[in-house]
Design a protein around this ligand. Sequence first.
Ligand code: AMO
Length: 439
Amino acid sequence: MNRILISKTPEFIGKKIKIAGWVNARRDHGKLIFIDLRDRSGIIQTIIIPDKEDVYETAKKVRNEFVIEMEGFVKERPSGAANEKSTIGEVEMEAEGIKILSKVEDGLPIDVSEKEMKLNLETLLNYRSLTLRNEKINSIFKVYSEIINSYNEFMRKEEFLEIKTPKILSAATEGGANFFKIKYFDRDAYLAQSPQFYKQAGVGIFERVFEVGTVFRAEPHFTTRHVNEYVSLDAEMGFIDSFEDIMNQLEKTAAFMLDSVSKNCKKELEKYGAEISDFQTIPRIKLTEALAVLEKEFGKKTEKIDIDPEGERMICEWAKKKYNSDLIFLTHYPSSIRPFYTMPGADPQYTESFDLLFKGVEIATGGQRIHNLNKLVESIKKHKLNPKDFKSYLDIFRYGMPPHGGWGLGSERILQKILGLKSIKEAVLFPRDVKRLAP
Ligand code: AMO
């Protein structure tokens, strides 16, 4: 007999089927044993009656999270039984056979059958291979899969070519201090902080490229928005008129992604009480204007022309009130706080670059790049770096490079914000932070 997925069981009322999965819960009511069986598609309640002696004896041995196979007849459940509080559906199965495929070795440290697991972050992450089995928790990663898939789908539709770039590099990409230096045979190398150099090289070859790839940041802080390894959704495109073109492209991309999640993850969003509002355009304001708003509306003064996490939360609150938008672009960041590759504006103190903020947090950075070799060398020097360290990057600009730009979009931050998760670490299967290298 072929295995049937639990989500398909309502199509088999009155018929005998085989199902397999994990024991979500076992309950004994008088002489009856109930086993809630869980597979990748859902949970079904099964009933084992004492008349079937051998089945009954096996059922008595079964514990939570055992992996079992069951055969039996599908029956409709009494109406009203499948209420909102229950994770079990409209049918149940009366068991005719049980086979134990795998046991739990040392008892369970955590009960994953609860609808709402109230665990602190440490416990949630320490027992990851178990806690991820909880339906509400693993639905996070169904939304994540939709985020990745919709990004990929839309970028292809827009004629970007998918590429994969190296993650072991000879020079740190983004500058600053948050890179990992590694031993590479007899020399030093760096783990990629972003695919920046190689996606730009991609423009010189394919015009439009995108990448979904893991990057590394030696972020020494414990925050709710940083991890040390994350998946960046990158894009880079040639033949742009200005960085407005990049924002237009990202705007369309974000709209498509959020719409896909909203359409295809209804059940998952519901579990988190998450709502996605659709939009056509995203408001755009200069960083300096945003800082003026912060001072006027929130009494928040900043010394440098830069915005901190608190400021980002506030400006998003303001954008929600003023434009009814969960997203806002802040533009024209000062050259001094942007990487050397960023295109300066007409006033060279500022750059043709932006950040995209979503529900209080920066989710993307992007902009136009310098595509003239000499200007790039000048900019490297201005940023107190040595052009010699960037030889192969500079080669990209020796042989004809169109005006271009792109973005890096943090996939886990979008997920975190869509579902309203307190920490980004909940949005990563097996997160890495300063203290955490395992599981
Ligand atoms: P930036 O350094 O701003 O820009 O990173 C882009 C986006 O990546 C996400 N992000 C992170 N997510 C989780 N943990 C971290 N430690 C972390 N650091 C960054 C954020 C951020 O907006 N090369 C440029 C992009 C470009 O201009 O194309 C870059 O990497 O969502």
